[in-house]
Design a protein around this ligand. Structure first.
Ligand code: MN
Length: 231
């Protein structure tokens, strides 16, 4: 015996939903967001791990609001573009210095820079660069203290929002500062370490005293092992 039940049910369903005539064209709608979204990386330590130099409150806002917003905005901007499945580094390189892609670049580079920034800090950081990094510091700056002084100077003198970087360029160490979202890899240098000098990085704890914040970060938080591994 045939099974009229399923047949009836389907016909009734189509009639009820007004899809009878278009039944042959019914498709499952695509996922709201195609591609592979860029993920917000986990913090390498708890939010209070950088205290007392950087408070849990600052890290909470900086990571949980600012960093997250760059990642979320980026995913919205790329969702329906040809970059919807590209990795973060590719998006940064592909959109750099293209005025019509500035919004994507700004959010992608900020997402990249912040991931790199959290890794550039560590609760038991500071001290001096060691190993190959110390040798390069000697050759490029005349020593590790001179390197640290150069980094401090770049971080303090960056006008407005931006970043102070230790990079490798042409086999030598170099200190660079960049504005807003810019990143040294756009100009061919290899980032080794970074300090965020946007006000959101320090204002809750240090208000306008950027120099004090930077000095404390260099003395107590910089992750020289991370820089060494990036060589
Ligand atoms: Mn920041």
């Amino acid at each position: 015996m045939k099974n009229p039940t399923n047949h009836t049910t389907r016909r009734e369903f189509l009639a009820a939903t007004g899809l009878t005539a278009a039944a042959g064209l019914v498709r499952i709608p695509p996922a709201a967001q195609a591609g592979i979204p860029v993920a917000l990386p986990e913090l390498p330590y708890p939010e209070n791990a950088l205290e007392p130099i950087i408070s849990a409150k600052t890290v909470g806002f900086h990571y949980g609001k600012h960093h997250r917003a760059y990642v979320d905005n980026l995913n919205k901007l790329t969702a329906s573009s040809d970059l919807d499945a590209a990795d973060l580094g590719t998006i940064v390189r592909e959109t750099a210095r293209k005025p019509e892609k500035a919004s994507i670049f700004n959010n992608a580079a900020q997402a990249w820079n912040h991931d790199f920034y959290w890794k550039s800090l560590t609760p038991k950081g500071g001290g001096v660069p060691k190993g190959k990094l110390a040798e390069l510091a000697e050759a490029s700056f005349g020593g590790t203290d001179a390197l640290k002084k150069e980094l401090q100077n770049a971080a303090v003198t960056q006008f407005g929002s931006g970043w102070a970087w230790l990079v490798l360029e042409g086999g030598k160490l170099k200190v660079m500062k960049t504005s807003n979202a810019d990143n040294p890899m756009i100009s061919g240098a290899k980032p080794l370490l970074v300090i965020d000098v946007w006000e959101h990085a320090y204002y809750l704890d240090y208000q306008n005293r950027r120099a004090d914040h930077v000095a404390a970060v260099i003395d107590g938080l910089l992750n020289w092992d991370f820089a060494l591994n990036n060589l």
